[in-house]
Ligand binder design. Structure first.
Ligand SMILES: Cc1cc2nc3c(=O)[nH]c(=O)nc-3n(C[C@H](O)[C@H](O)[C@H](O)COP(=O)(O)OP(=O)(O)OC[C@H]3O[C@@H](n4cnc5c(N)ncnc54)[C@H](O)[C@@H]3O)c2cc1C
Length: 416
């Protein structure tokens, strides 16, 4: 069923009896050409592009819970193309371009809102770094504007500009960045994939791989064995646990990241802002809640909930930047499990096992990557060659010394 204004009118006049479920609930087949493990944003986008762009048939997405229950439905919804390094810039720019046409492409309202992202700077050295990043962004085809304090004040007059310790000296504005309704992305890709024949199998946990003579022949699941010619893994925070079942140890640690939302307020925050003197970022949802987050919890965990010290730390940062936040009530907070890699950058690669492919290491920034990750993983699965913009995302880059460390943090995933 295609969605359109005319369809809404027709359904309104006929008692809304014609709407159909977004996707089917099929029984798993005995064998698929391609099986994707993980029904998050990346897994569903991969299946969608495999079917739509690469003309693959006989595909399944296997999800242990329900569509949208993982990080794709838990993140702070920020999308941007403001990366500095060569391996990342073109990839994230492709992703942002795909976001720009996504709703027309998959015929679903994902509420893509390019409301702009402003990274605040608080020192001369930070301004230099922002200028360098802005130049790299422009060279990669993205957009960037360096604002002085008056420029920031015109957009966000309520910030604490003259905080003696961390005065706001300006900011790097990326106008094409913004937010997207996160779970609608999962639903849109799921619907688009299902309508092209992809089987989306929920409540089906992958418990192992069948590997013989260095070749992956399929997966063991809570609903029985499923044979597959190729298996692609895209399970985000569960990457380490899943790949251990194929006897692989990844350069990835799992960490918790929390997010928070306030009570609904009248429109106050026009775009997304990030604090340069602490870890705090904030936007306002269309329902009015301020959506914000900060640092990782800093210890390894598979629990989808966080601890109180980080709540305090995030709120402290928020209030030092926006004193008026002290009057706002927090509605709720939640956590998601991040697949933090050792250089803060992702992987889209074949493994040493024939027929087994891996997509992961998205850290706390994989939501914005969803369209390009799906497209590039589909490209790899279908053609057995890496996509041009994802060539750097190799599993062996730590052996060859080609790390992509945007933050200069070294092998400390909890600090990225
Ligand atoms: C609080 C928070 C805020 C964030 N904010 C942002 C942001 O603002 N911008 C941004 O770009 N990124 C952000 N991220 C990161 C982003 O959400 C993730 O990097 C991205 O969603 C991960 O990819 P995914 O959507 O495929 O993951 P998921 O949605 O987690 O999908 C993985 C799926 O695999 C399934 N799975 C796991 N194990 C198995 C198994 N054995 N068998 C079958 N299925 C399995 C899981 O159930 C899950 O549904 C944030 C993350 C969190 C937690």
């Amino acid at each position: 069923m295609r969605y359109s204004g005319l369809r809404v009118i027709k359904e309104a006049l006929t008692g809304h009896k014609g709407w159909k479920p977004h996707w089917r609930d099929p029984e798993p087949k005995k064998h698929y050409d391609i099986v994707i493990i993980g029904g998050g944003g990346h897994g569903l986008a991969t299946a969608y592009y495999l079917a739509k762009k690469y003309g693959e048939k006989n595909i399944a997405v296997i999800e242990k819970g329900w569509i949208g229950g993982g990080n794709v439905g838990r993140n702070t919804t920020i999308i941007r193309s403001n990366y500095l390094l060569e391996g990342n810039g073109p990839f994230y720019e492709l992703s942002l371009k795909l976001w720009e046409g996504l709703e027309q492409d998959f015929n679903y309202n994902a509420m893509v809102s390019q409301r702009g992202i402003l990274n605040l700077v608080h020192s001369d050295a930070q301004r230099d770094a922002a200028r360098r990043r802005g130049n790299a962004m422009i060279l990669n085809g993205s957009d960037a504007e360096l604002l002085d304090q008056d420029g920031v004040r015109a957009l966000y007059p309520f910030l604490n500009f003259d905080n003696q310790r961390f005065p706001i000296k300006g900011g790097l504005l990326h106008r094409r960045g913004g937010t997207v309704r996160h779970d609608a992305v999962a639903w849109g890709y799921a619907r688009g994939a299902d309508s092209r024949g992809v089987d989306i199998i929920q409540n089906c946990e992958v418990t192992g791989f069948k590997i013989e003579d260095g070749k992956c022949l399929g997966i063991e699941t809570s609903r029985g064995f499923i044979g597959a010619t190729k298996v692609g893994c895209a399970v985000a925070g569960s990457s380490g646990r899943l790949m251990a079942k194929a006897n692989m140890r990844l350069p990835i640690e799992s960490h918790v990241l929390q997010a928070f939302v306030s009570e609904g307020l009248k429109p106050v925050m026009p775009g997304v802002i990030t604090y340069g003197a602490g870890h705090f970022y904030c936007s306002q949802s269309d329902k009015g809640g301020l959506v914000f987050g900060g640092d990782l919890d800093g210890y390894n965990s598979y629990a989808q909930r966080g601890s109180l010290p980080v709540v305090e730390d995030v709120i402290e940062s928020g209030i030092s930047l926006i004193p008026a936040l002290g009057r706002v009530r927090m509605l709720r907070g939640w956590g998601g499990v991040m697949d933090m890699s050792m250089d803060g950058s992702p992987f889209i690669d074949k493994t040493h096992i024939e027929g087994l492919y891996f997509n992961g290491g998205w850290c706390y920034g994989g939501f914005k990557a969803t369209p390009a990750s799906g497209l590039c993983f589909a490209h790899l699965l279908s053609t057995d060659t890496p996509h041009e913009v994802a060539k750097a995302y190799r599993l062996d880059r730590f052996m060859s010394g080609h790390m992509i460390d945007e933050k200069g943090q070294g092998a400390q995933p909890n600090l990225h």
